[in-house]
Design a protein. Structure first.
Length: 419
């Protein structure tokens, strides 16, 4: 795995730099891996490949100037963190020799082994890794299909401009108003995220707009993660402020009236936050094999079932049983995949028994947190990752110490993916 010649790599990277981007369209002189998406999965994979084998050329395609974290973004809505607090530049990856290309991948051509870009020349690869996250299935909320509607009724489920915009909507709302969040049926990105968001908005209201209400319209029949802990936090920290309505699936949105359409009538809100049903992001479409939504992989290497040579990470995957769509998990996929790709490029077998660990903290106030943790181990007989019985669990109760752990988790995982 480590046999490549470091000197050769140095010379090759100088040559590549000198010949510029056009050369990236031709077959690479040394092994090149193109990573699509510099989020939790992709950034981690890019960084670890460079650390495991510096002779591999790693090209990361990402349209955003900097990484903006979804974890902790709910605290921006609560007013306890700023956008700057959840933004990390890509300079650390560049410092590791990752070639960060600010562009948008428009297609993966597995026959020609090229990624096509919106602006630049195509980039050739030996292997390609996709970690593009999720896109929304707007057709399931027909009134939301237009750009105007999407600019007005926000999801803020990809951290970035919408996070700041939703915060502004909350600030502009008069005391006594209603914030409603509509949750789609599982599976979706970050199962505890919507309930954490309800806590954060309630924390803001409690401090600044105490006559206001938070309404949770959940398509599912109960809170999907850390249910007892969230319900306790709602009752103890925000009595009378948060209303939870299960089995309340949005079938459309009345954009003009700022209302969610449910099967049995409309629910109006002053600030409406709609999380549409989700699927693997568009670029992963050729690799989607389940329900026209998610990509299946071989869990040993994260190689797509639909196409050898392409590896998929993160939220775009059909998760294994009990595996959440989380940044923590995507980070684990990224490391496992990086090691597997390095091995495969060296004609060696990847680790046949990978283990992944997940920890998700949720901030139920500015300082108090709860967590859920799990360990997932490869089961060779069933060829899937299975949760290890007795490993992991949830917090006994919300507490301040875990609030500090949550902040350290964020700092550590950002360093692990991006430094
Ligand atoms: C409000 C909220 C709170 C959350 N809290 C937590 C938490 O506390 N803990 C936790 O573990 N997880 C949390 N999550 C979940 C976590 O954010 C995701 O699971 C994680 O981001 C998934 O990583 P990913 O690499 O699949 O996607 P992302 O991190 O979204 O990265 C995808 C990247 O791909 C890029 N991209 C997309 N398409 C293309 C293309 N065609 N070309 C080039 N680039 C492209 C995007 O710009 C993006 O940078 C939270 C999510 C939300 C919304």
């Amino acid at each position: 795995m480590w046999r490549r010649d470091f000197l050769k790599a140095g010379v090759a990277s100088l040559a590549a730099a000198a010949s510029g981007c056009a050369a990236m369209a031709q077959g690479p002189a040394r092994d090149r891996v193109v990573v699509i998406g510099g989020g939790y999965g992709g950034a981690t994979a890019a960084r670890y490949m460079r650390m495991l084998d510096p002779s591999i050329e790693v090209v990361l395609i990402e349209p955003n100037e900097a990484f903006v974290s979804c974890p902790l973004s709910n605290m921006v809505l609560g007013g306890f963190r700023t956008m700057a607090d959840i933004t990390v530049p890509y300079g650390g990856l560049a410092g590791r020799g990752v070639r960060v290309v600010r562009d948008f991948a428009t297609a993966v051509d597995m026959d020609r082994k090229q990624v096509r870009l919106a602006r630049g020349d195509p980039v050739a690869f030996d292997r390609v890794i996709l970690s593009p996250g999720i896109d929304f299935i707007w057709s399931e909320l027909p009134a939301m299909e237009g750009a105007d509607a999407q600019a007005r009724v926000l999801h803020a489920w990809k951290a970035g401009p919408q996070t700041a915009q939703l915060r502004r909507q909350l600030e502009a709302m008069a005391d006594g108003g209603v914030f409603a969040i509509s949750i789609p049926e599982a599976p979706f990105r970050c199962p505890p995220g919507p309930y954490e968001r309800a806590c954060q908005v309630a924390a803001y209201f409690k401090a600044r707009k105490p006559r206001s209400k938070v309404l949770i319209l959940d398509a599912n029949d109960d809170v999907l993660s850390k249910g007892a802990l969230f319900k306790r936090a709602w009752a103890d920290l925000y009595p009378g402020m948060i209303e939870y309505r299960p089995n309340s699936k949005a079938i459309d949105v009345d954009v003009r009236a700022n209302a969610v359409k449910l099967e049995f009538g409309d629910v109006k809100a002053d600030v409406l936050n709609v999380l549409p049903p989700m699927r693997a992001a568009a670029i992963a479409e050729p690799f989607v094999t389940v329900n026209r939504r998610w990509c299946e992989v071989d869990w040993i290497s994260n190689e797509a079932k639909a196409a050898p040579g392409a590896h998929i990470l993160g939220d775009a995957l059909l998760a294994a049983p009990a595996m959440p769509k989380s940044g923590s998990m995507a980070n684990g996929h990224g490391k496992n995949c990086a090691a597997a790709v390095v091995a495969l490029l060296a004609n060696e077998p990847p680790n046949a028994s990978p283990t992944l660990v997940n920890t998700c903290y949720s901030m139920v106030s500015d300082r108090l947190a709860v967590h859920v943790a799990s360990v997932h181990k490869y089961d060779a007989r069933e060829r899937t990752m299975k949760a290890v019985p007795g490993a992991g669990g949830v917090s006994p109760a919300m507490n301040e110490l875990e609030g500090r752990y949550a902040m350290n988790w964020a700092r550590n995982i950002w360093a692990d993916a991006l430094s």
